[in-house]
Write a protein that binds this ligand. Structure first.
Ligand code: FAD
Length: 431
C-alpha cells in the first residue's frame, strides 16, 4: 500500500474543475487529492461501442486531464464495476477521505450507498454535496412538507427561495489547486476503454440569443436555443454560474432551468415514474403498440413532415429541438397510441442530452400520464404545428431533402387519429 494518506474526489456528472462543490471541499481538506473517474461497466455494458455520450465524457475528461497536467497532477481513470474499483483503490492507497457530488437517479443512489458502506467498513470518511441543482431533494416542498407535483407553485416557491439569497454561492477551487496529488497517471485511449470515436458530437452551448429567448425559442429553424442540455447533463457547465447569470437576463429561460429541477425532484420523490405512470388512473389505457408503426416513427417516415424531420434530426445528430420533441412525442402516444415508454426508451438511446428525469418527465407529460401533464384530449395537430413554427418549411427541408419532390402520405389521418385517441383515453382512464 502507498503509505501517504490521501483524499479522493470522484468525478461523475460534474466534469469540470470550475465551481465544483465536492472538488472545492476535497481540495480544501488536509490531504493531497487524487481526482478519479470510473467508467462504470454496469452502465457501459448496455451501450453500443460507438456511443457518442461516452465520447463526450472522454473528451471532457481529456480536457480536465490536460489542465491537471499543467499543474503537475493528472486524472486517475479506472474502468470496471464501481464496487470492485473502490475495493482495489482502498487496498492500494491509504484513503482517508472521499468526496463526491450527489446524483439523484435511482441506480446512482443504490451504487453510492454500496460504495459508502465499503468506505465505512474501511474507516474512510466520505462526504457528498449538492452540485447539479440549485435546490435538491425536498428543499422545495409545500407547507405540509409534501413535494410539489404541479410546476407553477413549485416554480414560485423555487424563485422565492432563490431570490431570498441570490446570487447562489459559487465555489472557486483554483486557489487550492496545489493540493492535487502530484503524479502522472497514464491516460487511456478511448479504445482501451472499449469504445470507438463517433462523428456525432455535442454542439457547443451558445447563450447569445437568450435575451430574445421567449420570442424565438419555439422556431426550430432559428437554431436559437442554448444547446446547454448535454453540458448540464454531464456537468461541463455549472448550474450555479448559469442560474446567477440567467436570473438577470431572461426569466423565461430561467423558468426552463426550473423545469429541469422540477423533474429532478419528481424523480427523487417518486422514483416509480421511471417504469410506471405517475397517475395510476391512466394504467387502463389500451395502447395499440403496433411495432411496424413504431418503426416508421423511429425512422422518420410517418408522412408528417414535422414528425419526420424531428426524428431524422434525432437519428443524425443526437439532438432534437424542444418544440419538435413535443410534436413527435404527442404523435407517438396519441396518434399511434403507443405506450410512452417505447418513445422514452428510443430517446434514451439516441439523445446526447439524455437525462432520465427530464426524459421520463416530458414523455409522461406528452402521454398525459405524468404529473402536471398535457390533458388527454389535447392532441397536437402536426400540420398546424408546422404552419405555426416552421411556416416556410426551412427546418423540414433541412432534414427531409426530398420534401419538395412528392412527399409520402400521412400514415394515419389526423382527425381519425385524434378521435381514436380521445375515445381510447376516455375508456381507459379509471374513475
Ligand atoms: P433551451 O431551450 O436552451 O433550455 C435551456 C435548458 O433548460 C435546457 O438545456 C434544459 O436543461 C432545460 N429545459 C428546457 N426545456 C426543458 C423541459 N421541457 N424539461 C426539462 N428541462 C428543460 N431535456 C433533457 O435535457 N434531456 C432529455 O432527455 C429530454 N427529453 C425530452 C423528451 C421529450 C419528449 C421532450 C418534449 C423534452 C425533453 N427534454 C429533455 C427537454 C427539452 O426538449 C431539452 O432540454 C431542450 O430541447 C434542450 O435544448 P437546449 O439546451 O437548447 O434548450
Amino acid at each position: 500500500m502507498n503509505k501517504e494518506g490521501i483524499a479522493i474526489f470522484w468525478f461523475r456528472r460534474d466534469l469540470r474543475l470550475e465551481d465544483n462543490v465536492g472538488l472545492f471541499f476535497a481540495l480544501e481538506s488536509k490531504h493531497p487529492v487524487i481526482p478519479l473517474f470510473v467508467f462504470d461497466e454496469e452502465i457501459l455494458d448496455s451501450l453500443p461501442k460507438n456511443d457518442s455520450r461516452v465520447g463526450f465524457i472522454y473528451d471532457s475528461l481529456s480536457k480536465i486531464n490536460q489542465k491537471l497536467e499543467e499543474i503537475g497532477s493528472s486524472l486517475l481513470i479506472k474502468k470496471g464495476k464501481t464496487s470492485e474499483v473502490w475495493y482495489a483503490l482502498i487496498q492500494e492507497y491509504d484513503v482517508k477521505e472521499v468526496f463526491f457530488n450527489k446524483d439523484y437517479e435511482p441506480y446512482a443512489i443504490r451504487r453510492d450507498l454500496a460504495i459508502c458502506e465499503l468506505l465505512e467498513a474501511n474507516k474512510t470518511v466520505h462526504f457528498s454535496f449538492k452540485d447539479q441543482v440549485i435546490f435538491e431533494e425536498k428543499e422545495i416542498s409545500k407547507a405540509d412538507g409534501l413535494p410539489y407535483t404541479i410546476y407553477t407553485p413549485y416554480k414560485n416557491k423555487w424563485l422565492e427561495k432563490y431570490n431570498s439569497f441570490c446570487p447562489v454561492q459559487e465555489y472557486d477551487a483554483s486557489k487550492y489547486f496545489s493540493n492535487f496529488y502530484k503524479t502522472k497517471f497514464s491516460f487511456p485511449t478511448l479504445k482501451q476503454i472499449g469504445f470507438e470515436e463517433n462523428p456525432t458530437k455535442v454542439i457547443p452551448h451558445n447563450l447569445k440569443n437568450i435575451v430574445h429567448y421567449q420570442e424565438i425559442r419555439d422556431f426550430p429553424a432559428l437554431d436559437a436555443t442554448s444547446y446547454l442540455s448535454p453540458h448540464l447533463r454531464f456537468g461541463t457547465v455549472s448550474i450555479r454560474k448559469l442560474v446567477n447569470w440567467a436570473a438577470n437576463k431572461n426569466q423565461v429561460f430561467l423558468s426552463e432551468l426550473i423545469w429541469r429541477e422540477f423533474f429532478m425532484q419528481i424523480l427523487f420523490c417518486f422514483p416509480k415514474v421511471v417504469t410506471q405512470n405517475f397517475k395510476p388512473a391512466y394504467d387502463g389505457i389500451q395502447w395499440r403498440n403496433n411495432e411496424d408503426e413504431f418503426k416508421r416513427w423511429c425512422s422518420g417516415t410517418t408522412g408528417y413532415p414535422m414528425v419526420d424531420a424531428g426524428m431524422r434530426q434525432l437519428n443524425e445528430t443526437g439532438y432534437m429541438h424542444n418544440r419538435v420533441r413535443m410534436v413527435v412525442s404527442s404523435f407517438l402516444c396519441k396518434h399511434l397510441l403507443i405506450n410512452w415508454q417505447w418513445g422514452e426508451a428510443y430517446f434514451a438511446e439516441k439523445l446526447l442530452d439524455f437525462e432520465l428525469s427530464s426524459n421520463v418527465g416530458n414523455w409522461q407529460w406528452a402521454a398525459g400520464t405524468g404529473c402536471d401533464a398535457a390533458p388527454y384530449f389535447r392532441v397536437f395537430n402536426p400540420e398546424i404545428q408546422l404552419k405555426k413554427f416552421d411556416e416556410k418549411g426551412i427546418y423540414i427541408r433541412k432534414w427531409i431533402p426530398e420534401f419538395d419532390l412528392e412527399y409520402g402520405k400521412p400514415m394515419v389521418e389526423h382527425t381519425f387519429a385524434r378521435n381514436r385517441a380521445i375515445e381510447t383515453y376516455k375508456k381507459g382512464i379509471l374513475k
